[in-house]
Ligand binder design. Structure first.
Ligand SMILES: [Mg+2]
Ligand SMILES: [Zn+2]
Length: 187
C-alpha cells in the first residue's frame, strides 16, 4: 500500500497565525487541492493527514473546536469524492517533549502500526515545513517541499514544488514512484 502523507496547515489549507484558528468557522482549501488529491488517489495513493496541532496543547485552540474544524474539512473532502484514509495529529504543546510532534516520528509510527501494509519506499510526504522534510528523511521517504521553510531543506529525497498539483507530473516521471500501471510498461 502506498501512502501520500499530507501535512495540513500550509499544505492543504492556508497557514494562519496560531491564535486565528479558534476564530475560524471552517477551513478553506488552498485552490487546486481537491483536484490534486483526486489525482493522487487515481495514482493509487491512500491519503493520510499528519498535522502538528500544538495550539491545542498550548491553550489557544480547544479540543472541541479542533474536532469541529477537522470534521468540517473531512466533510468537504467526502463531498468532493476524496477518501481520506486517516488523520493523525499531535495535540501536545511544543514544550511537552512528546514523541509525535513533527519532525519526531510518532505520527508516522502510529500510521505504520495501524496500516502495516504501508510501503514507505513507495510512499510520499508533502509539506511546507522543514519539520515535514526532516520526518520524511527520517523514514527514507520521497518528499515534496511546498513554499515555506521546507524549501530550505537540501536532500536527495526532497523535491521542491510550487503547488500541490506540481507534485503529480513529478510522480509520473520518477521511476521509483511511478504509478502502478507504469511500473511494468512492457507487460
Ligand atoms: Mg504546514
Ligand atoms: Zn505530540
Amino acid at each position: 500500500m502506498r501512502i501520500a502523507f499530507l501535512d495540513r496547515d500550509g499544505t492543504l489549507v492556508p497557514e494562519q497565525p496560531d491564535d486565528v484558528w479558534s476564530t475560524l468557522d471552517r477551513l478553506d482549501l488552498i485552490p487546486g487541492t481537491t483536484e490534486a488529491l483526486k489525482s493522487l488517489q487515481l495514482l493509487g495513493y491512500e491519503l493520510i493527514l499528519i498535522t502538528n496541532q500544538y495550539p491545542i496543547g498550548e491553550g489557544v485552540l480547544t479540543q472541541s473546536r479542533y474536532d469541529e474544524l477537522a470534521q468540517g474539512l473531512l466533510d468537504v473532502f467526502t463531498d468532493n469524492g476524496i477518501d481520506v484514509l486517516d488523520v493523525f495529529y499531535c495535540p501536545h504543546a511544543r514544550g511537552d517533549g512528546c514523541d509525535c510532534i513533527k519532525p519526531r516520528p510518532g505520527l508516522i509510527q502510529r500510521a505504520l502500526e495501524k496500516y502495516p501494509a504501508t510501503e514507505l519506499e513507495r510512499s510520499i510526504l508533502i509539506g511546507d515545513s522543514d519539520s515535514d522534510m526532516e520526518l520524511a528523511i527520517h523514514f527514507g521517504m520521497k518528499a515534496f517541499a511546498l513554499p515555506g521553510s521546507a524549501q530550505a531543506v537540501i536532500h536527495p529525497l526532497v523535491n521542491r514544488v510550487e503547488t500541490l498539483s506540481d507534485v503529480l507530473p513529478q510522480l509520473a516521471t520518477t521511476t521509483n514512484d511511478s504509478p502502478d500501471q507504469m511500473t511494468h510498461p512492457l507487460q
